[in-house]
Design a protein around this ligand. Sequence first.
Ligand code: FPP
Length: 251
Amino acid sequence: MPEQPAFRPHHIAIVMDGNGRWAKKRMLPRVAGHKQGVTSLRRMVEAVGARGVRVLSVFAFSSENWNRPDEEVSGLMQLLATALAKEVPSLSRAGVRIHFIGERSGLSDKLRAGLEQAETQTQQNDKLILNVCFNYGGRWDIAQAARRAAEAGEALTEAVLDRYMALAHVPDPDLLIRTGGEKRISNFLIWQAAYAELYFSNRLWPDFDEAALDEALADFAGRERRFGLTSEQVTRPNPSAQGKSEGREHA
Ligand code: FPP
């Protein structure tokens, strides 16, 4: 069991980048990289759960990914369908509650039914919440929240929009990790990651293992989270670890 950092994130968000390059290095098709990405994701769910993290949100398919070659898009759809059948039962036994976050109208009826079934099947679980962001974009999220709030006749304040955002069921991410060497957020959780600590790893996603996670957690433990306050105003312990297990709040 790895040594647990003193201040651990409650919610980790990950941009799982580098599958294509992982495959290319091995002269494999890009979809083989995504397949390995699913294996890496499965390992990461176990790893973060074992380290006391309560929420994991991952970027599995962005609103912009539709523009990739048809073969890759259909490969990712197929991979999600396969992962639903193969991984959901064991994730459920491990106490993982799954939410799919994103626009579902572009997905096939069969896939949509699979997502709903996975959510229903795991809804009683409470060890770890896994948000799989699929056909998701941060700007889409803000727009859909604003549209729904306006339709409900609500004022478009920050607090109101917060309630309509797609991740309203969890506290904001404390740590946002991006693998694959790029230093961008790429339209992932742009509302919710306002105060997240950012961590960029050069490892390609399929190579991002427990040791790499521990490096990220150790780095996080050394950060001073100020939430707009001065250094002197901030007293430890880490505000994100306190009283944020239910609902949302901003420090
Ligand atoms: C970015 O790597 C990754 C994606 C667009 C897909 C991420 C998906 C997974 C990790 C699999 C999990 C998915 C499902 C369906 C549950 P990239 O292709 O941009 O890599 P590159 O930058 O090396 O080309």
